[in-house]
Design a binder for this molecule. Structure first.
Ligand code: L5W
Ligand code: ZN
Ligand code: CA
Ligand code: CA
Length: 539
């Protein structure tokens, strides 16, 4: 009897001290890092502790899984942000750190439900940093030298918009971790650039570089006056309402009725940002030169309304951030972009493109880049960069359907090649129509376009299309669930589960987890997601 009691005691002790595996724990392991990239299930017992305490206790108890060596979980992760979602989950975004330094691109996000149960944690951790030989070397390069090396590499002398900056990070690249300076060079002339350089802090080698455009803050503009409604003619000749501000006898393209505002600026065909706040004398914007500004102001408002109505998201940061656009940027400029602060629209050359703000899907695409920055912050390179593009195409298209004025699964058709009917930049229904892949086996593996971010977006674009509309693809049949459910799943994935360096495989896990949370374990919605990802060869 005594022996039985002591065995029982030992068993009890083991089950409480050794933290038995949760019964429904599901782990997807990162092939690259050998650490979990997505864990879901009832990972902890219900608790009244603070969500961050629940998370850090879990991390501490699971240190071996995450391979963080002898450091404590608090020494290995820092909280980046936290909040609560519409289903009552608390989410916490983490940054991996090593000896107090951030590990570039290694962010994680955890979800804790209302009962205080940790239900998911995603984002692969870079393992065994204490065994990385290059992290034992002495740093020899000075910060100033790193900036000079990056500037020399540009092979032109830019007119800087921001003072070149440098930050020391741990950079994991091609299977090894090194100390690197992350140098940022930001300029508009002779061409727009927001270059990130990774310079080895020991050898001075340029390990990697990429351009993710970003610009400075605008000059002050009128904030007082009377909120008014103007009318205007858009790029395609249609009439629409626009929110304006009457101040000192001028009507400005300033909408104060949405979040912290929506503003449109005139670039006056120069390469300057933001340019001058748009002013009109009579609140009727029907001159040819006005058309691009009318659409920018109106379509930003439609995009704002979409995110608020569908996801209760107040502007791109969820906190009412001011939305800004500059039209008439440069001469004949065939592009539009989000620069980290605002949208920038060229007038197009009239052959490849007309004034780019005439396309609602393009405006919503660009503003979604901002939503992404404030949520998963998908790095604009390789697979995470292609996912960043996919998110912008999905919500660009979703806003077009929300506005319900000839919506389609094409991107930019309203402004693309005015002399040719029915074409576009891209198609989500059939990416191959524009040379983009619709299956993982056909992905682009070169280095152009940040590793093909606008090409490989076709792969998950196709999956998103199939989840919504259904269809057969490579012998797999997907039963569509409609655009509202499809976008709810991708929005949840973006805001609750995806992280900076997410891969296509993590995208699948994030979408499936989101479908489970929204619609249940045995739902047809989950089945549609799984089938669609099967059909594009992403597992
Ligand atoms: C619109 C068509 C392509 C959006 N940006 C883009 O990342 C686009 C630029 C202008 O894909
Ligand atoms: Zn884009
Ligand atoms: Ca479209
Ligand atoms: Ca066309």
């Amino acid at each position: 009897m005594k022996k039985f009691v002591s065995v029982l005691l030992v068993c009890l002790l083991i089950s409480t001290v050794a933290f038995a595996t949760p019964p429904n724990e599901k782990i997807r392991w990162s092939e690259k890092h050998g650490t979990p990239e997505f864990i879901s299930g009832k990972l902890t017992k219900a608790s009244n502790d603070k969500p961050e305490d629940i998370l850090f206790k879990y991390l501490e108890n699971n240190k071996k899984k995450f391979k963080i060596g002898s450091s404590s979980s608090k020494e290995s992760f820092k909280i980046l942000s936290k909040g609560k979602d519409s289903l009552g989950y608390s989410y916490i975004r983490l940054q991996q750190i090593y000896k107090g330094m951030p590990v570039f691109g290694s962010t994680q996000v955890a979800n804790i439900n209302e009962e205080g149960v940790l239900t998911s944690i995603s984002g692969a951790v870079i393992p065994n940093l204490d065994k990385e030989s290059k992290l034992k070397l002495k740093k020899k390069v000075k910060e100033k030298e790193a900036i000079e090396m990056a500037e020399k590499d540009l092979d032109f002398t830019p007119e800087h918009e921001k003072k070149p900056s440098s930050e020391m990070v741990i950079y994991y690249h091609e299977d090894e971790a090194r100390y690197a300076y992350l140098v940022n060079l930001n300029f508009l002339d002779p061409e727009p650039g927001n270059w990130n350089y990774f310079i080895d802090a020991v050898t001075g080698e340029i390990i990697n570089k990429y351009n993710s455009i970003n610009y400075p803050k605008p000059s002050p503009i009128p904030t007082t006056g009377e909120d008014t409604l103007g009318t205007g003619t858009g790029v395609l000749g249609d009439t629409k309402e626009i929110n304006t501000l009457l101040s000192s006898s001028e009507y400005y393209l300033i909408d104060r009725t949405r979040g912290n505002g929506i503003q449109t600026f005139d670039g006056k065909t120069r390469k300057r940002l933001p340019g001058d706040i748009w002013a009109d004398s009579d609140n009727t914007l029907n001159e040819n030169y006005d058309h691009a500004a009318v659409d920018a102001q109106h379509y930003m408002a439609v995009t704002y309304d979409y995110y608020l109505e569908k996801f209760n998201r107040n502007s791109f940061d969820g906190n009412g951030a001011l939305m800004k656009a500059t039209v008439h940027y440069d001469r004949d400029y065939n592009n539009a972009f989000w620069n980290g602060e605002q949208i920038v629209f060229g007038d197009g050359d009239g052959v490849q493109l007309v004034e780019v703000s005439g396309a609602l899907d393009v405006i919503a695409h660009e503003l979604t880049h901002a939503v992404t920055t404030y949520t998963a912050d998908l790095i604009y390179n390789g697979e995470s960069g292609a996912l960043n593009e996919t998110m912008s195409d999905i919500f660009g298209t979703a806003v077009e359907f929300y506005d319900n004025n000839n919506p389609d699964w094409l991107m930019g058709e309203d402004v693309y090649t005015p002399a040719i009917d029915g074409d576009a930049f891209r198609s989500m229904e059939d990416p191959t129509a524009y040379g983009d892949p619709d299956h993982y086996d056909d992905r682009y593996t070169g280095t152009l376009d940040n590793g093909g971010v606008h090409t490989n977006s076709g792969i998950v674009n196709k999956a998103a299309y199939l989840i919504s509309e259904g269809g057969e693809h490579y012998g797999v049949t997907v039963n569509g669930i409609g655009i509202d459910k499809m976008t709810s799943i991708f929005y949840r994935a973006l805001t609750q589960h995806l992280t900076q360096s997410a891969t296509f495989s993590q995208m699948r896990a994030a979408a499936e987890q989101s479908a489970i949370e929204l619609y249940g374990n045995n739902s047809q919605e989950l089945q549609a997601v799984s089938d669609a990802f099967d059909s594009i060869g992403v597992y």
